[in-house]
Write a protein that binds this ligand. Structure first.
Ligand SMILES: Cc1ncc(COP(=O)(O)O)c(C=O)c1O
Ligand SMILES: [Zn+2]
Length: 414
């Protein structure tokens, strides 16, 4: 059963029927999916959710599909890990990592948004789908399009990481490598969406696609025992994820499924591309576009589509925006790996490094329950770690070599 009512403009509140529309036709602001919360409230209990399979579809009534989900059926319900050793290193006593680096099938949170977008593409009758991407979305669309039997056109900046390029091509998608940054790629993709009758997940399917990110918020709340954290730190590119986790928490409060304690939202970006955190630091929601230059390529969106909403969520929640250098990003990746055994990509390095800064600066106090949203897998950005780790000597297969060259280095005593 579907609880979807219509689309509504986030700014002027004009409503539209459920159709593949890129933005409000009057003011070009993003469109929100509106649900019949009254009916949801009377029909659904959080206890109903508990017995369902451990995937994002356990919250299907809060997602915009009107038919049975057939694409990305195994996606979501990734681990929420209580991170004692990382907490100790950062000086936080109740710290959690939501690890979407192990999402199914392509190891990032984008699997969630694509599962919703392609389900909707099927409902609208599209046989071809596509996206503009900073990498992870490319992987997710290519994989799930293959599994769903769609043709796919994927537009990316030509200089993305090799792992993300191969991790798109392998699924047989048509990869369009564009000489330009993401914002230029995205403009081209919008033109393509205007001209061809295709479902472009982050253009004409954007309002549905973005709803998939809400499931990160539902899962965090359920995995905390149906309560909300005091703080949540979220990496931002276009700004949709943080905005949708905020929407998810609001919905859960309104449904009475969690106590209505306030949550502070902290947005994380790389210093080499930080239009949203710059605005937040200045206390404004006005975004000044930037030209990205950072190793965190998955977050390198200089003109973020949901930047205004993301800044508003941060400021109105009493949170903050913070950014970190490429060097700090690598330190963040290593810290999470060395303390918790979780290898994240550059975006996760941003989140961990920003968490460290926020705790040091006193924005986040040690006793407050705090969640770090880790959105992607380190095996997709190997260059960030390559050459920066202790690679050790290559030795002959001799015990003497081992004892001389390896034991001493690791300062092991016999
Ligand atoms: C790994 C990762 N984390 C976070 C984000 C940010 O998502 P959003 O564009 O919704 O802000 C992206 C976006 O591509 C991403 O790939
Ligand atoms: Zn409008």
């Amino acid at each position: 059963m579907s609880y979807v009512l219509h689309l509504e403009c986030r700014e002027c509140r004009k409503t539209y029927p459920i159709e593949p529309l890129a933005a409000c036709q009057d003011c070009w602001a993003p469109l929100e999916v509106v649900y019949d919360y009254g009916r949801l409230w009377s029909d659904l209990r959080r206890e109903d959710i508990a017995g369902r399979p451990a995937t994002m579809w356990r919250y299907r009534e809060l997602l915009p599909l009107t038919t049975e989900p057939l694409i990305g059926r195994q996606t979501g319900f990734t681990p929420l890990v209580r991170t004692h050793r990382l907490g100790q290193a950062l000086g936080a006593r109740e710290l959690y990592v939501k690890n979407d680096g192990v999402n199914h099938p392509t190891l990032s949170f984008k699997d969630r948004v694509v599962a919703v977008a392609l389900g909707k593409a099927r409902e609208f009758g599209f046989d071809t789908v596509g996206c503009s991407s900073t990498g992870n979305l490319a992987n997710a669309v290519a994989a799930q399009a293959a599994a769903g039997g769609f043709k796919a056109f994927i537009f990316i900046p030509a200089d993305l990481e090799t792992e993300k390029i191969i991790g798109t091509q392998v699924y047989g998608a048509k990869l369009v490598r564009v000489n330009g940054n993401y914002d230029q790629v995205n403009r081209l993709c919008a033109e393509v969406a205007e001209k061809y009758p295709w479902g472009i997940v982050n253009v004409n399917l954007r309002s549905f696609y973005a709803e998939g990110s809400k499931t990160v918020g539902y899962e965090v709340a359920e995995q905390l025992g149906w309560r909300l954290p005091r703080n949540i730190i979220v990496p931002m590119a276009g700004g949709a994820l943080i905005t949708k986790i905020h929407k998810a928490f609001e919905e859960l409060r309104n449904l009475g499924w969690v106590p209505s304690a306030p949550v502070r939202f902290f947005g994380a970006q790389a210093t080499g591309c930080c239009p949203i955190t710059t605005a937040a630091k200045q206390g404004t929601t006005e975004i000044q576009p930037q030209k990205p230059n950072t190793i965190a390529k998955s977050l390198a969106i200089g003109n973020p589509a949901d930047g205004y909403s993301a800044a508003r969520v941060i400021l109105s929640s009493g949170g903050a925006g913070e950014d970190v250098t490429d060097e700090e990003i690598v330190q963040g990746i290593r810290l999470l790996a060395e303390t918790e055994g979780i290898f994240t990509e550059t975006a996760g390095g941003v989140t961990v490094a920003v968490a460290r800064k926020l705790i040091q600066q006193g924005y986040i106090r040690p006793e407050e329950p705090t969640v770090l949203v880790i959105t992607g897998n380190g095996l997709k950005t190997l260059d960030a770690a390559r050459g920066r780790l202790d690679e050790g000597a290559v030795i002959r297969p001799k015990l003497a070599d081992f004892e001389e060259q390896c034991l001493e280095l690791a300062s092991v005593t016999t």
